[in-house]
Design a protein. Structure first.
Length: 499
C-alpha cells in the first residue's frame, strides 16, 4: 500500500505539527452538550411556569386546594400536554430560543388557538361562578401567562447570547476549502451568533494564501494536516466548501474523514445559507445554517450520553462487585511471579488516539511488554497468569479505563499500534480499518461474542473480526449493547480462543 494511502494517513504521526492540546473535558462538553443543555433548561422552565399557571386555574374552577393530589396530578398532566404542543410547534429549537422575534411569532399563533380552547373548557364550569367575574378572572390569568412566557423567553434569549459571547455555548467546526463560499459561511454564522465557532480552515492550496486567513479564521494546513488536527483536537463538525467542479477532491476528503466520528456537511452554492422563517436545522446539524449532510457520527449525541453514563455507572458497580475476585488475582500474581501486579500497554483508541490499557500481568515480567501477540500455550505466560487468561480475569482492570472514559464496556477491542497479521500491519491489510476507531474501544464486543476472539495470524481472521466490528458500529443501539453484555457472560469470557 502506498505511503500516502488513506489508511496510512490516519496513523501518520503529525504530533510535531499538532499536539494533543484539546481543551480537555470542558471543551468536549461545551461543543457536544452546551446547546442541548440549554434546550433542556428551557424545557424545565416552561414546565415550572405551566405548573405555576395551572395550579390556580384548577383551584379557581374546581375548588381544589393547592395541596390536593387531584390538583397536582391534573396540573402535571396538563403541563406535559402543553410541552408536547410547544415541541410540535418547534419552540425548543435553538433558532427559536435564541431569537425572540421568531419565538414571539410562533407563540402568538398557538396562543390564539389555546385561548379559545381553554376558554371553552373554563366556562364549562360557569354554573358554579358568576359569568362576568369568572370571565374577567380568566382573561387576567391568560394575559399574565402570555406575558410571563414572553418575559421568560426574552431572558433566556439574552442568556443564550451571553453564553455564546463567552463561548460557553458553542459548536466547534472546521472548514475544508478556502473559498468564497467558505467566507460567506463564516460571515453567516458570526452574524447569527447561535454558537457555531469556526476554528480552522484547511486547503491543499494553503501555500497560495499569503495571509493564511479567511474571514478572521486561520488557514493552518492541507487535507493531510486536517486528519492530524481531527485526531489531536476536539471537533465534531466538518464543513466542506469546495466547488462542485472538483469531484476528486470532494471524494478524497470524505473518504479520509469517514473514519472519524464527525458530522460532515457540504455547502451547496447557490443554496441560501441565511435563516429562513419556517426552516430549522435538524437536531444533529448546525443551528441556523442550511447544509447538505453527507456523513453523521455512528452514535448521536443522546446515544453517546446514554452509553457514557451507563458505562461509568456499570463499571463502578462492577469494580465493587469484582473487588474480592480482583484481590484474589492480586494475591495470585504476587505469590507466583515476582514483579508488578498491573501492566499497561499502548493501544489505539477513539479517534485513532493512543492510550494505555490496564490489565493484570499474566506474563513473566521480562516478557510482559512484548509487542508480539499471545499464542496458544505461550511460554511467556506463567501458571497463574494462564488461569487468569483462560477465565478473562486479566481484563478486569480495564474497568478503570471505562471509568476514565478511554474505553467503553462494549466496542471494538483495542489493538496495539504494531499489531500485525501475516507479517503486515493491520491498517495496511484492511482499507477501512481506521473506521473501527470512530467509537470507543470496548472490553467486549460483537466480534468477541460471535467467536472472533483470539489470534489474528491470518488475513481471514483479521477481516472477520473487522467486519464484525464495523457491523456493530453501523448498527449500534443501546439494546445491542445490552445483548452483547448478556452474551459475554455466557460465551465472551470463556471458550477455546481464551488464552
Amino acid at each position: 500500500m502506498p505511503d500516502e494511502s488513506s489508511a496510512r494517513l490516519h496513523y501518520s504521526d503529525h504530533a510535531s505539527v499538532f499536539t494533543l492540546t484539546s481543551e480537555g473535558v470542558r471543551a468536549v462538553f461545551l461543543s457536544r452538550w452546551s446547546s442541548l443543555a440549554f434546550v433542556c433548561l428551557t424545557l424545565a422552565l416552561d414546565f415550572l411556569l405551566l405548573m405555576g399557571l395551572f395550579m390556580p386555574l384548577l383551584g379557581h374552577t374546581t375548588g381544589w386546594s393547592a395541596r390536593s393530589p387531584n390538583a397536582l396530578s391534573s396540573a402535571i398532566c396538563a403541563s406535559i400536554f402543553f410541552l408536547f404542543i410547544f415541541n410540535s410547534a418547534k419552540l425548543y429549537r435553538v433558532e427559536v430560543i435564541a431569537i425572540l422575534a421568531r419565538y414571539t411569532k410562533r407563540f402568538c399563533n398557538i396562543s390564539i388557538i389555546f385561548f379559545w380552547g381553554l376558554a371553552l373548557l373554563f366556562f364549562a364550569f360557569l354554573p358554579r361562578f358568576p359569568i362576568i367575574g369568572s370571565g374577567l378572572w380568566f382573561a387576567v390569568w391568560f394575559a399574565f401567562g402570555f406575558l410571563a412566557f414572553i418575559a421568560m423567553r426574552y431572558a433566556l434569549a439574552r442568556a443564550y447570547h451571553w453564553c455564546v459571547d463567552r463561548e460557553i455555548i458553542r459548536r466547534d467546526v472546521i472548514v475544508v476549502g478556502a473559498t468564497e463560499l467558505a467566507e460567506k459561511f463564516i460571515s453567516r454564522v458570526k452574524k447569527d451568533a447561535l454558537g457555531v465557532r469556526v476554528k480552522a480552515i484547511f486547503d491543499d492550496k494553503v501555500l497560495l494564501f499569503p495571509k493564511r486567513n479567511l474571514g478572521g479564521v486561520p488557514i493552518i494546513g492541507d487535507i493531510s494536516d486536517l486528519l492530524a488536527y481531527a485526531k489531536y483536537n476536539y471537533v465534531d463538525t466538518v464543513i466542506i466548501a469546495l466547488p462542485f467542479d472538483a469531484p476528486d477532491s470532494l471524494r478524497q476528503v470524505t473518504q479520509r474523514l469517514s473514519a472519524y466520528p464527525l458530522t460532515i456537511g457540504l455547502l451547496i452554492d447557490p443554496m441560501p445559507l441565511e435563516l429562513q422563517q419556517n426552516w430549522f436545522a435538524p437536531t444533529e446539524e448546525l443551528p441556523g445554517v442550511n447544509v447538505a449532510l453527507i456523513s453523521v457520527p455512528p452514535i448521536g449525541r443522546v446515544g453517546l450520553l446514554t452509553k457514557d453514563v451507563f458505562d461509568r455507572v456499570v463499571a463502578g458497580i462492577a469494580l465493587l462487585f469484582f473487588a474480592p475476585l480482583m484481590f484474589f488475582c492480586v494475591l495470585g500474581i504476587k505469590f507466583t511471579s515476582p514483579g508488578p501486579i498491573l501492566f499497561k500497554q499502548t493501544r489505539i483508541g477513539y479517534r485513532n488516539r493512543e492510550f494505555n490499557v490496564f490489565k493484570f500481568r499474566s506474563m513473566h515480567v521480562t516478557q510482559a511488554n512484548s509487542v508480539e501477540l499471545t499464542i496458544r500455550n505461550d511460554p511467556r505466560v506463567f501458571a497463574f497468569g494462564e488461569i487468569m487468561r483462560k477465565l478473562s480475569l486479566d481484563e478486569l482492570p480495564q474497568l478503570l479505563n471505562v471509568l476514565t472514559g478511554e474505553m467503553s464496556l462494549v466496542g471494538p477491542r483495542p489493538h496495539m499500534p504494531e499489531a500485525r497479521a501475516a507479517g503486515r500491519l493491520y491498517y495496511e491489510l484492511i482499507p477501512n480499518y481506521a473506521a473501527r476507531h470512530s467509537v470507543k474501544p470496548g472490553i467486549t464486543g460483537w466480534a468477541q461474542v460471535n467467536g472472533w476472539r483470539g489470534p489474528t495470524e491470518t488475513v481471514d481472521q483479521l477481516e472477520n473480526r473487522i467486519t464484525h466490528d464495523l457491523y456493530y458500529i453501523k448498527n449500534w443501539s443501546f439494546g445491542l449493547d445490552l445483548m452483547i453484555l448478556v452474551r459475554t457472560m455466557f460465551v465472551g469470557f470463556f471458550g477455546e480462543n481464551a488464552f
